[in-house]
Design a protein around this ligand. Structure first.
Ligand code: PEP
Ligand code: MN
Length: 332
């Protein structure tokens, strides 16, 4: 249940009421908001005199649901914004992993040339094998931060676990929670305490309900800047790396108020499918796309088969502009 307290209730009193009722307390758009479990079916008696408005939900999809906020949330980072009524489709580009200054600088320069704003690059890689390249760690993060300063780009990188979450919060504009890390309570709770934008990827065995519940951890902890990212789920099919769940995207658009970004690179696993899949995604009227690109994909230290080279990335961006325009969106 979500309860909006009356304006006459101070922040301090709201905190006391929250503690008494074992509720979460956030201040949203100037209103003291209490959130209880979804099992609660009526406003507790001690709160009725202080309640302005309340919402009851059938499950633990609350702050993220259309039933609570029937318009898409606007999320801002740097000078960029997505969601709300912006109708922006943000193209996030960059390599799977930051590998060297030369490599990440070349990606930054490509984005600047194309007028794009947001650079990705993994530094703490959640690899399936301990023998694969694990990422440059803090050195990579500092290179990413250097690109942010040198080119005025927003940067995004993923947290593998909670041990380095503070560094990621410090150096990036968007914190990516990876498909394998989206259940990590340490990461989710740390992300709830910052106001930085958090992009949560859907785990490959995660239901839509569980996916949204991960977002609820961040939202109910006080950070309302949450974006969902569909990156493919595991099905019986082995011809492609994963299966991009576009039905799931339609479901999220209908039932949640969070901006949605799609990642066809990880879903497909092969560069040849990324351009056409990207067009299908953009045609759905989405808030962003995450595409891996590398100066020389063949020698990439991770996800080599799915990264576009810069010529392919540029050509795709130019094609996507028309697709976005056809559904009333703008590629940014
Ligand atoms: C990535 O973005 O490089 C990545 C590892 O993604 P995912 O968590 O979706 O596998
Ligand atoms: Mn990758």
């Amino acid at each position: 249940m979500i309860i909006h307290l009356k304006k006459t209730v101070s922040k301090e009193s709201a905190a006391v009421l929250a503690a008494e009722n074992k509720a979460f307390h956030i201040v949203s758009e100037g209103t003291n908001v209490l959130i209880t479990g979804s099992s609660m079916k009526e406003v507790p008696s001690g709160l009725t005199n202080h309640t302005e408005n309340s919402w009851i939900f059938p499950n633990d999809m609350q702050l993220a649901s259309r039933g609570y906020k029937n318009e898409k949330r606007l999320v801002k980072f740097g000078t960029t914004q997505i969601g709300g009524k912006s109708n922006n489709t943000l193209l996030i580009g960059g390599p799977c992993s930051v590998e060297s200054e030369e490599q990440i600088r070349s990606s930054a320069e490509l984005l600047v040339k194309l007028g794009l704003s947001t650079l990705r690059g993994g530094c703490y890689k959640p690899r399936t094998s301990p023998y694969s390249f694990q990422g440059m760690g803090l050195d990579g993060l500092k290179l990413l931060a250097k690109m942010r300063t040198d080119y005025g780009l927003n940067v995004i990188t993923e947290a593998r676990d909670a041990t380095h979450i503070d560094e990621i919060i410090e150096y990036t504009d968007i914190i990516q929670i990876g498909a394998k890390a989206m259940y990590d309570q340490g990461i989710l709770r740390a992300c709830a305490k910052t106001n930085k934008t958090v992009l949560i990827k859907r785990g490959f065995g995660t239901t839509l309900q569980e996916f949204v519940q991960a977002a609820e951890f961040v939202l109910s902890g006080g950070n309302e800047n949450v974006v969902l990212c569909e990156r493919g789920i595991r099905t019986f099919e082995t011809g492609t790396r994963f299966t991009l769940d576009l039905c799931g995207v339609a479901w999220l658009q209908e039932h949640t108020n969070l901006p949605i970004i799609l990642d066809p690179s990880h879903a497909m696993g092969y560069a040849y499918g990324v351009p056409s899949l990207s067009k299908a995604c953009v045609a759905m009227g989405i808030d962003g796309l995450l595409i891996e690109t590398h100066p020389n994909p063949k020698i990439a230290k991770s996800d080599a088969s799915q990264q576009l080279n810069y010529t392919e990335f540029e050509a795709l961006f130019n094609q996507l502009k028309g697709v976005a325009a056809s559904v009333g969106y703008k590629m940014i």
